[in-house]
Write a protein that binds this ligand. Structure first.
Ligand SMILES: [Zn+2]
Length: 285
């Protein structure tokens, strides 16, 4: 799933390549993707793209005051195309959900792989009040200061992994970067957020900033097509189960849940002790 650095890089790419151009047409191939009906998708046609930005993990394209807001979810992506086909796409076939044509023949496709459809597109005048997921966002992970961050974490019952990925608490961090941040901070994903000491809270705060800033620096300026590979190539523990930890050489381990998993290094994060894998312990019982 694209998180803060990837979405910010996509916004930067669109500021560079789409702002100043006029939308000529928008094709809707995945009907279930569009979550709003007023203003209609077609109202974007004829208007100039005036800005591109981000709210948490939402991408926001400002088209002369009408916003095309995109949540890429788990398997959604934006493909920039220098030359778009002019024939309308066939609805419901393949990964294409929405196609935006610009007046120089370029444009982009919003696509989603797989059968679990989560990609969401909103056409609204005020994203912060009309997109429920944006209205609920906590402060941005890169804008919050150390004091507020500590207060937010300590005010939350439950484990750090859940606290870091809760968008209503802190906006922009998902499954991959939360694993990376906890590894950098040398903290267990299962540690209680409300149990952080002053020193641990500060270490976690610094890890949030360095992890996201490093990823941003690598990704902003990259072509949209290269972002996913760039993210994958620089991960320390996330999606690296069974591989050596780049810091200490211990084997990266995994805890599986119903529809997701987390990765961590026992030596760096949990005093060498493997965490209980709930799925495994259920099977063995
Ligand atoms: Zn390690």
């Amino acid at each position: 799933m694209p998180e803060l650095p990837e979405v910010e890089a996509l916004a930067a790419f669109l500021r560079e390549n789409a702002v100043g151009k006029v939308v000529t047409r928008v094709d809707l191939a995945g009907i279930q993707t569009l979550k709003t009906f007023d203003p209609p998708l077609g109202s974007l046609a004829g208007l100039e793209v005036t800005g591109a930005g981000r709210a948490g993990k939402f991408l926001d394209l400002d088209v002369s005051g009408i916003h095309l807001v995109v949540h890429l979810a788990r398997a959604g992506w934006l493909h920039w195309r220098a030359e778009l086909p002019t024939a309308p796409p066939k609805p419901g076939k393949g990964p294409l959900a929405v196609r935006v044509h610009l007046d120089d023949g370029a444009g982009f496709d919003l696509t989603e792989q797989g059968t679990r459809k989560g990609l969401a597109v909103y056409v609204v005048r005020s994203p912060s009040s009309e997109v429920p997921g944006i209205a609920r966002l906590g402060p941005d992970a890169l804008e919050v200061d150390a004091e507020s961050f500590t207060a937010l974490m300590r005010g939350r019952k439950g484990q750090l992994k859940g606290a870091l990925t809760d968008q209503t608490l802190l906006a922009g961090i998902g499954n991959a970067y939360s694993d990376e941040i906890l590894h950098v901070a040398k903290l267990s994903p299962f540690k209680g957020a409300d149990k952080l000491t002053d020193e641990e809270a500060l270490r976690l705060y610094d890890a949030v900033r360095t992890t996201l800033t490093d990823a941003l620096e690598r990704q902003v300026g990259q072509q949209a097509a290269k972002l996913k590979g760039e993210k994958r190539a620089n991960l320390r523990v996330h999606a690296r189960t069974g591989l050596p930890c780049p810091v200490c050489g211990d084997t990266v381990r995994e805890v599986s849940f119903a529809d997701t998993s987390l990765q961590y290094c026992p030596t760096c994060q949990t005093g060498g002790k493997p965490l209980a894998d709930r799925r495994m312990s259920k099977l063995l019982r």
